[in-house]
Ligand binder design. Sequence first.
Ligand SMILES: Cc1cc2nc3c(=O)[nH]c(=O)nc-3n(C[C@H](O)[C@H](O)[C@H](O)COP(=O)(O)OP(=O)(O)OC[C@H]3O[C@@H](n4cnc5c(N)ncnc54)[C@H](O)[C@@H]3O)c2cc1C
Length: 362
Amino acid sequence: MSMYTHFKTSDYLTVSSIKSIYFRRFSSMPKIAVIGAGVVGLSTAINIQKRQPSAEVTIIADRFDKQTTSHGAGGLFRPNVEHTLGVNPDTVTRWSVEGFKFYSSLAVSPESRDTGHMIMPGYVFSNTEIQNPLYKSLVFSFRQLTPDELRKLSVNYKYGYQVTTVITDCSRYLPWLMTRFKEHGGTVENRHVKSLEEFVGEYEVVVNCTGFSSRELVGDKSVYPVRGHLIRLKAPWIKYWVYTEDSAYFVPSFDTVAIGGIRQKNNFSLDIDPKDTAGILERCYKLWPSLKGAPIQREWVDLRPHRDPLRLEKEVMKFPKGSLNVVHNYGHGASGITLSWGTSLDAATLVAEHLNQNTSRL
Ligand SMILES: Cc1cc2nc3c(=O)[nH]c(=O)nc-3n(C[C@H](O)[C@H](O)[C@H](O)COP(=O)(O)OP(=O)(O)OC[C@H]3O[C@@H](n4cnc5c(N)ncnc54)[C@H](O)[C@@H]3O)c2cc1C
């Protein structure tokens, strides 16, 4: 059975045994709040619904869809350990396996147009040999280009790899996730959360999926920005992606081609810097002259929410008003789209552990 078929409504409705346990133990269904409506919050909320069908799940956020960091991302599935520092490589692999299983099942499903998933071939170019990348055994195909193939592509790199992977267009995926969440009884509140203390006594578990804003919400200054900048071109003739190690890459989505990029650590600015725009255009035109002349649709600057390691753990937070069961799931850096499904499965498990502890205390 594909991951996709797990989403059938019937799955949510045929769990009377689990519900009856809760009805016996609690006067009402467990209430769970997920703070954040980016790709991490939405994926987490949906996996909690799957795992806790008796729960009332509410997403609370002050930004949705186009206003989130997730919306603008390139969405290329190319996990690597270097962008997920501090996490055991086996764990990154496990999250990546789950993500690829899910995204590829969506990409081949009749709903792919709505989910925003595309199977897409592309090239990685490098001057150092890439021997065994994490994604090699996960993606649809990976092979080294021959010198003759490299020459025909007219690129100035020693090594090239042909990789067929999956691309997630978040302008479609986020609304699709939100629709699934609401279909399965989820509710949504649009508001800014000042402190998690607001939830004491209101919710059994709160899941913090606030990405970069965890710096403020839970005072976690180990979250740091790696500023990025993408220029979206109208270039329907580009049917593949290209990635290099020299801050020049491009990734098609359904309607545009995103070209980048920059990786500016600890730069907090959300303004478009014309120097960055000029640099990206120059590097990408040099790498791939076929991009020249494509009209610019829009530009986007945002901060990759890095934390080494990303934070995925349970906590019982103590406040003057009382204690609160919290699960944290933030700090996905440059790999939030890639890893969101895998980490949200683990976050749903941590929520279940909190609830089981509550139950066993009764
Ligand atoms: C230029 C660029 C390119 C990228 N390309 C890729 C790529 O190709 N592949 C990939 O895997 N990743 C990529 N990423 C990374 C990816 O975009 C992020 O890792 C991911 O979007 C993080 O998702 P999130 O849900 O944690 O955060 P967000 O999308 O930022 O969502 C955070 C949510 O929390 C809510 N929130 C925060 N604080 C509060 C509060 N106090 N009260 C209420 N709500 C709150 C916000 O309203 C929002 O809904 C890219 C990032 C950038 C900048």
